[in-house]
Ligand binder design. Structure first.
Ligand code: PLP
Length: 382
C-alpha cells in the first residue's frame, strides 16, 4: 500500500556515515590510541590532501568557518573603520566577523538568479576606506569571480572568498583558466560544519591562500600568534582543528567529488520536475561555475511559502528558509545607513525562497515523493 507519510531529512548524515563506517571508525580509534589529539599527524596529512585537491599552496586548518573569516581579516591587518563589502543575502557569520573586528560591514545587493554579490553594486559601494570584498559562493555556486577579481584589482582590494557552502566548485575564467572556489582571492575561508558538503563530526574550518607570507602569518594567528612556543609575535586566537575531525575529513575528502555528483543528480531531478512551472523558479546554473548544490533553493512566485512548508511538514518532508531576514534588517546589524527597501533583490529572496532536502543519500523515490508533494500544493493553490 502506498504511504502518504515519509520520514525525510534536510541532510542525511547518518546514511552517509554508514557507507564509510568501517573506515571512519578505524581512523577515529587510531587517533584515540595515538593520543595526538591536537595538531597531530592527521591534521598535517589532511592539510596536504586538501592542498592537493584544491590546487592551492597553503591550507591552514582552524576551528570553524567563522574563525577562518576572522583570522583572514586579522592576517591582512585591517584597522577599525576600514570598510569591507559583502552581500546582504548571506549567513550572518560573514558580516559578524567584520563587525567583531570593528571594521565596517558595507552591504550590497545580490544577483536575483545566482543569489551571489552583484558586481555592479559592489563597485558602486567602493570608497577610499574600502579594503576588501567578501564574495559568498552561496548555496554551492561561485560568485562572478571574473568581475569581482577585475574590480578588486582596479581598486587594489583584497578578496576573501567565503567558500563555506561551495567547496569543490570550479570557476572558469573568461580566459579559459579553471580554479577551485576559494583559491582565487587573497584568501578562501571554509567551514567543515557537519552539514556542509565536506563536513566533519563536530566543528572545523580552514583558510586557503597562495601567498607564502600571509600563510605564515595566518598559521601564527590561529596558534596564539606564535611560531616558536611561548614567543608571541602577533595577537592571535586559539583556533585549531581536532585530529579526530581531520582524520574523518581525510576520508570524506576522497568522496567529495562523488558526493557532489550525487547532489547534482538530485538537483537535476528537482529541475526536471519543476522547470516550466510559473510558480516556481529553479536555481540558475551558470556557465562559469559548477554548482555543488549545498542547498537546492527555489524562489516561489505567488505561492504561499508558509502554507507550502506546512503542507510538506504534514507529509514528513522538511524544508528550510535560508535566510528569512536580510542582514540589514537583523536587530544586531541595524544601522542608520540602511533601511527596508535598500536591497530589493535580497528582500524579495528572503520573502520567497524555500530550500528542499539536499544531500548525498537522496533516492529517486524520495525525490519523486518530494517533487510530487510540492507540485500537488502548487497546482491545488494556483
Ligand atoms: C556562508 C557561510 N559562511 C560562514 C559560515 C560559518 O561557518 P561555521 O559555522 O563553521 O563557523 C557558514 C556556516 O554556517 C556559512 O554558511
Amino acid at each position: 500500500m502506498e504511504t502518504t507519510m515519509k520520514k525525510l531529512q534536510m541532510v542525511d548524515l547518518k546514511g552517509q556515515y554508514e557507507k564509510i563506517k568501517a573506515e571512519v571508525d578505524k581512523a577515529v580509534l587510531d587517533v584515540v590510541a595515538s593520543s595526538a589529539y591536537i595538531n597531530g599527524p592527521e591534521v598535517k596529512a589532511f592539510q596536504a590532501d586538501l592542498e592537493q585537491y584544491l590546487g592551492v599552496k597553503h591550507v591552514i586548518p582552524c576551528a570553524n568557518g567563522t574563525d577562518a573569516l576572522q583570522v583572514a581579516m586579522m592576517a591582512l591587518g585591517f584597522k577599525p573603520g576600514d570598510e569591507v563589502i559583502t552581500a546582504s543575502f548571506t549567513y550572518v557569520a560573514t558580516a559578524e566577523v567584520i563587525a567583531l573586528l570593528q571594521l565596517k560591514p558595507v552591504l550590497v545587493d545580490v544577483n536575483p538568479d545566482t543569489f551571489t554579490i552583484d558586481p555592479v553594486a559592489f563597485e558602486k559601494a567602493i570608497t577610499p576606506k574600502t579594503v576588501a570584498v567578501v564574495p559568498v559562493h552561496l548555496f554551492g555556486q561561485c560568485a562572478d569571480m571574473d568581475q569581482i577579481m577585475a574590480i578588486s584589482k582596479k581598486h587594489k582590494l583584497h578578496v576573501i572568498e567565503d567558500v563555506a557552502q561551495a567547496i569543490g566548485a570550479d570557476f572558469s575564467f573568461a580566459v579559459g583558466r579553471k580554479q577551485k572556489a576559494g583559491t582565487i582571492g587573497t584568501f578562501g575561508c571554509t567551514s567543515f560544519f557537519p552539514s556542509k558538503n565536506l563536513g566533519c563530526y563536530g566543528d572545523g574550518g580552514a583558510i586557503f591562500t597562495n601567498d607564502d607570507e600571509l600563510a605564515k602569518k595566518t598559521r601564527m594567528i590561529v596558534n596564539h600568534g606564535q611560531s616558536v612556543l611561548y614567543y608571541h609575535d602577533e595577537i592571535g586566537v586559539n583556533s585549531r582543528l581536532d585530529s579526530i575531525q581531520a582524520a574523518i575529513l581525510r576520508i570524506k575528502l576522497r568522496h567529495l567529488n562523488e558526493y557532489a555528483a550525487a547532489r547534482q543528480k538530485a538537483a537535476s531531478y528537482y529541475d526536471k520536475a519543476f522547470s516550466g512551472n510559473p510558480r516556481i523558479k529553479i536555481p540558475s546554473r551558470e556557465n562559469k561555475s559548477t554548482h555543488v548544490f549545498h542547498q537546492y533553493t527555489l524562489v516561489l512566485n505567488g505561492a504561499d511559502r508558509n502554507a507550502l512548508r506546512e503542507h510538506l511538514t504534514a507529509k514528513g518532508i522538511p524544508a528550510m528558509i535560508y535566510y528569512p531576514v536580510p542582514l540589514h534588517m537583523q536587530k544586531a546589524y541595524t544601522d542608520p545607513r540602511y533601511k527596508q527597501g535598500d536591497f530589493p533583490v535580497t528582500e524579495k529572496l528572503c520573502a520567497n525562497v524555500i530550500s528542499l532536502p539536499m544531500h548525498t543519500e537522496l533516492q529517486e523515490d524520495d525525490l519523486k515523493f518530494i517533487t510530487d508533494s510540492v507540485l500537488e500544493f502548487v497546482t491545488k493553490n494556483a
